[in-house]
Write a protein that binds this ligand. Structure first.
Ligand SMILES: CC(C)(COP(=O)(O)OP(=O)(O)OC[C@H]1O[C@@H](n2cnc3c(N)ncnc32)[C@H](O)[C@@H]1OP(=O)(O)O)[C@@H](O)C(=O)NCCC(=O)NCCS
Length: 166
């Protein structure tokens, strides 16, 4: 079993959206009601893939997106926005879960943040991923609610990790 993490390219968009859909609907589904899951990861996949292709091609925020391959197949992705000191995403498809893929993505993103002299990474964690981030040194700043476009609110945990520079 080989895990590699690399920068995302446009043709990864489909696998990225599939991983997001699987992670939300098959993993986070234990912590959130279906109305929240449907808004967090909607089923209009082709529209979302096209949008993600444009995001990978270039985005004004400078979001850096990486993908993880497990034995040559893209099974997860993650991103940071260095200017905002933000860890924006880590998602791994359910079938590839608990094999260290999430850890590999997180470590890769942290090393990018370090290279770019980002002093800390902040994130809005799902309830599902809190334990995962805590294990990797992220501390809870506060617990809150993330407001979705519909006005529905989902529980989230604001977390932070200092990025150590030598
Ligand atoms: C949270 C998430 C990214 C973790 O991804 P993952 O690839 O399963 O992460 P890892 O495999 O690195 O670690 C997960 C667990 O598997 C365990 N694990 C890691 N490698 C393992 C291995 N080789 N064998 C067995 N278990 C292993 C880890 O100890 C870890 O346990 P823990 O949760 O008790 O810390 C993924 O579950 C996910 O996408 N969740 C739903 C979406 C979500 O909420 N994303 C975050 C949005 S903020």
């Amino acid at each position: 079993m080989t895990i590699t993490v690399r920068d995302a390219v446009v043709k990864d968009a489909e696998a990225i959206v599939q991983a997001h859909y699987s992670a939300v609907h098959q993993i986070a589904s234990k912590d959130y009601p279906v109305e929240i899951l449907n808004e967090w990861s909607p089923s209009n996949l082709s529209e979302r893939i096209a949008k993600f292709e444009r995001l990978i091609e270039g985005n004004s925020e400078g979001e850096i997106i990486v993908v993880a391959e497990l034995d040559g197949k893209v099974v997860g992705f993650g991103s940071i926005v260095p200017d905002k000191k933000e860890l924006r995403a880590v998602y791994v498809s359910a079938a590839a879960g608990a094999k260290g893929v999430g850890k590999a993505i997180l470590e890769h993103l942290e090393s990018k943040a370090k290279e770019l002299n980002v002093p800390e990474l902040n994130l809005d964690s799902s309830v599902t991923a809190e334990h995962f981030y805590a294990r990797h040194g992220y501390e809870v700043i506060r617990r809150g609610l993330h407001r979705l476009n519909s006005g529905r609110q989902m529980a989230c945990i604001f977390m932070r990790k200092e990025i150590k520079h030598d």
